[in-house]
Design a protein around this ligand. Structure first.
Ligand code: TRP
Ligand code: ZN
Length: 876
């Protein structure tokens, strides 16, 4: 395990590398407990760093060093120095060939970085700093090298893959086979990949815009070969889209994807050889939900898009992570919006951002999109770097328009192809291509925290002038007390009495993007007979919180009339928020709870509206989640949140029963499964209705769920019905449904993960005892992050009610699991601990218990650097 020394890395300390690696030749002799690695590095003094010859310092972790040679001559051990995390070698010439032999142990590698085994298959994960667990190397992204890789393995591993093109294969004297791969594109070590196993594959071809044929292959264990079609279709769509929207073609003759069961994240964009978490690539109509179909499409696209935004142009250092991740998330979000419903995609992304990223921004790990420092970079693969980073790119897109943005991205790719660059370089290309000044806009990269906009308005009837005053502020975050004003694109529309879109200028435009740059600014609009109603921050044009005193009537009006679909949904959310906040307060004051009839009526008319996209209706009907309410609260009163939300859900279900039922029946059919946007929308609305109906716990409604569960021809219908039964049906019914589901699907890893997650997140029966029971189930495996996320993560992140039990046992349980996991997989341990790091925001009764649980982690012994960083910063 890595040391927990509080070593901190600072952006301000960045220096160019002392030595460059022009080419890298690797040879692996694979054996589970003793893999031999030979590396031959063609090294050259970096002219940009100087002309003296400092020692060559290489990164290396958990490696057994066997030998070091320079230009064919063995360097005696007395000449070099082994460091705690590396190797220092004296240098006496500006250019030389370094050869290193070392040994590693893939079988014992449970951290899932470096080279490891997953179900008997060898695979690698090198981002961010995993290559140093394979061999000694300058493991930093600004060292870019070509790679030639030979893999030698026994016959049980017929498939041997690495980056680039296969150039040779054969059999060694002792009967093992080998394959050599060559990647002509210089890349940083974090994009290196190797796979070896007994794998099957599906194959297709894609012809690029310029007429080159690219071979596409998806590799998986034989049992999953029937689950690759959707990913293949998604890949081809992504390749076409990147040509059409960004003018970017694929560059190698082959593109490979491999599905792996043990994986810390979603997927990895290794050059020409993407490695995917099985859950993010495998799907079949009978076994995958709509959500996973859409997730797969998005992640396949995301990794593919990295070939340009990440690989051809990469990051200079890890502080620039959002350069590739923020941009690529923006690209995949736009792709998904083009393939499906744009409004619904935006709503999903914004709800996630508001709930989880806003919470991160307000918590102890809050950091800017481009952090200034870190202890462990793995902890910075965050919602802020990814999702807020994507919002920052989206704002540039909004400010420049689609054409201006395209000019900027063309210049960026042209100017920096083959380079390792910074967020600054990205912004500069956007500026230069458009002749604009983004000096102030750059603060989005350096200042943490979620800005708040306080909006007020005034109407002067005499002159017909409407003025909108916007004040911006941003809360203090760790290490940043004061913030300077942000440059904020603020999309605005104004509605008249009849819901008509009013012209905002003499040209008759009915929507305008205001550019907010000061702490307080007033915008004036003329020529109105009556006070208009503002539709603010349309499409969520900036990652900020908007405060404006809307009345319930205003919100009902916007829900009905706003031409911006996102804001129609948002108006519904605000209305629900107001009701839920009042319910929380009434609960605390022990007053009787009552749901405002206006909310019920608004939901009813949405349910009855046949013009709206059913997926949008489903989004509007979904009450803000408990997590969202928690993020919004000044102090989190978990008991009040749970009481308010459960009351509201039940009241809505009872009051709207007939409409819910009618809507359910309207969309319930047994057509053949298709993951088309229209079919997904229909299922989404139908299942939203079913879930509400079951909240009543009435026999007739539960019978609907039982019937749907028994007859379901696809996993979406099946899983929703099962979840409804688990949450609301009598114990016996729920148990037998769970049992029959498991009997049917126990051979299918992805479905079993779903089955586990559904139980651990069940508000009724997903009690702690149940979760502990699941951890003893044969399907559970502590070394598999998907299983951990399903059971422990499901409980801590998606079971607000049970996790926040008043006795604090949920927090103690999490602390206990985090301690155990840290010994196996520090990255997963450090992520999993998040829910108890937010203790300061809770009412004292729960907050103190959370803090105590966190302290018990700190006191449990030596922590990994990953976990140490998160825990120490959260206790501070
Ligand atoms: N670059 C990957 C992505 O976002 C992220 C990733 C995959 C990763 N696996 C990882 C990051 C392991 C850190 C550790 O597409
Ligand atoms: Zn990515």
């Amino acid at each position: 395990m890595k040391d927990a020394q509080p070593r901190t890395v600072y952006l301000k300390d960045y220096r160019v590398p002392d030595y460059l690696v022009d080419s890298t030749r690797l040879r692996f002799e694979l054996q589970p407990r003793s893999t031999l690695v030979r590396s031959e590095l063609h090294i050259r003094r970096n002219p940009a760093a100087g002309t003296d010859l400092p020692p060559l310092v290489l990164d290396g972790v958990e490696l057994e060093l066997l030998s070091v040679s320079i230009d064919g001559e063995l360097v005696p051990a007395s000449r070099y120095q082994e460091l705690p995390e590396g190797l220092s070698i004296p240098v006496d010439k500006p250019e030389f060939v370094l050869e290193i032999h070392n040994r590693i142990n893939p079988e014992e590698n449970t951290s899932l970085e470096g080279l490891y085994l997953s179900n008997g298959m060898y695979c690698t994960q090198c981002e961010a700093e995993g290559f140093r667990k394979i061999t000694f190397y300058p493991d930093r992204p600004d060292v870019m090298s070509t790679f030639t890789t030979t893999i030698v393995a026994p016959k049980q591993y017929p498939v041997l893959l690495s980056n680039g093109n296969e150039i040779e294969r054969g059999t060694t004297e002792d009967g093992r086979q080998f394959v050599t791969w060559e990647d002509p594109f210089a890349k940083p070590s974090y994009l290196f990949a190797l796979v070896a196993g007994d794998l099957q594959h599906v194959e297709d071809t894609f012809t690029t815009a310029s007429g080159r044929a690219v071979k596409l292959q998806i590799f998986t264990e034989a049992k999953n070969i029937g689950k690759c079609d959707h990913a293949m279709r998604s890949l081809k769509k992504s390749m076409r889209w990147d040509e059409e929207v960004y003018g970017r073609e694929y560059d190698l003759d082959i593109f490979m994807v491999v599905a792996v069961d043990h994986f810390n994240m979603g997927a990895m964009e290794n050059k020409g050889l993407n490695i995917f978490n099985s859950a993010c690539v495998l799907a079949s109509p009978k076994t995958a939900t709509d959500a996973s179909y859409q997730r797969i499409e998005a992640i396949v696209a995301h990794e593919y898009f990295h070939n340009w935004s990440g690989n051809r142009v990469t990051c200079r250092d890890w502080f620039q992570l959002s350069l590739k991740e923020g941009f690529t998330v923006f690209r995949d979000a736009e792709f998904s919006a083009d393939m499906n419903s744009r409004a619904v995609k935006r709503i999903e992304d914004v709800s996630m951002l508001r709930t989880t990223q806003f919470a991160e921004d307000a918590g102890p790990m809050s950091h800017p999109v481009r952090p200034d420092s870190y202890m462990e970079i793995s902890n910075f693969y965050t919602l802020t770097v990814y999702e807020k980073g994507a919002e920052v790119v989206r704002m540039i897109h909004t400010l420049l328009g689609a054409d201006g943005f395209r000019k900027g991205s063309d210049l960026y790719f042209e100017r920096h192809d083959g380079q390792a660059v910074t967020c600054e370089d990205f912004v500069k290309a956007m500026e230069d291509a458009n002749g604009v000044d983004f000096s102030q806009f750059r603060r989005w990269y350096s200042q943490a925290g979620t800005p708040v906009l306080d909006v007020s308005d005034e109407f002067d009837a005499a002159s017909g002038t409407y003025s909108l005053t916007i004040r911006q502020s941003c809360p203090a975050t760790p290490g940043q007390q004061e913030k300077l004003p942000f440059h904020i694109p603020f999309a605005l529309g104004l509605l008249g009495r009849d819901g008509e879109a009013l012209p905002l200028d003499t040209a008759g435009n009915t929507e305008q993007v205001l550019e907010i740059t000061e702490s307080e600014q007033t915008f004036r609009f003329h020529g109105f007979a009556q006070k208009p109603l503002p539709s603010l921050l349309r499409g969520f044009s900036a990652p900020v919180k908007v405060r404006y005193e809307y009345s319930s009537e205003d919100l009902l009006f916007l829900m009905r009339c706003d031409s911006d679909e996102f804001n129609r949904w948002d108006a519904g959310q605000r209305l629900a928020f107001m009701a839920l906040e009042k319910l929380q307060e009434d609960f605390r004051q022990q007053r009787p709870l009552e749901l405002p009839p206006a909310l019920v009526n608004a939901y009813r008319s949405v349910l009855q509206n046949r013009e709206l996209d059913p997926a949008l209706v489903a989004e509007i009907l979904a009450l803000p989640s408990a997590q969202t309410l928690a993020e919004h609260a000044e102090t989190i009163d978990a008991e009040a949140i749970i009481a308010a939300r459960e009351f509201a859900r039940r009241e809505l279900a009872l009051a709207l029963k007939d409409d819910l039922l009618a809507c359910y029946q309207r969309f319930h059919d047994d057509r053949e499964y298709s993951p088309s946007a229209a079919d997904i929308a229909a299922r989404s609305l139908k299942n939203t209705c079913l879930s509400y109906l079951c909240v009543t716990e009435e026999t007739e409604q539960l019978a609907l769920a039982e019937a749907q569960f028994a007859a379901a021809g696809n996993m979406t219908d099946s899983a929703v019905a099962l979840a409804a039964l688990v949450n609301h049906a009598p114990e016996q019914v729920a148990q037998s449904a769970l049992e029959s589901f498991y009997q049917r699907w126990q051979q299918d890893t992805q479905v079993v993960e779903l089955w586990l997650g559904l139980q651990s997140s069940s508000a009724q029966r997903g009690t702690l005892e149940n979760v502990r029971g699941l951890m003893q189930h044969p399907a559970f495996e502590l070394k598999n992050p998907n299983k951990v996320r399903a059971v422990i993560g499901g409980f801590a992140n998606r079971n607000f009610n049970q996790f926040h039990r008043a006795d604090g046992s949920g927090f103690d349980f999490l602390a206990e699991q985090v301690i155990a996991l840290d010994k196996l997989n520090p990255q997963i341990a450090a992520r999993l601990v998040t829910p108890i790091t937010r203790w300061k925001k809770y009412t004292a009764d729960l907050g103190d218990k959370m803090r105590a649980a966190l302290q018990s982690v700190m006191d449990s012994g030596k922590l990994s650097r990953d976990l140490y960083e998160v825990v120490s910063k959260s206790l501070a």
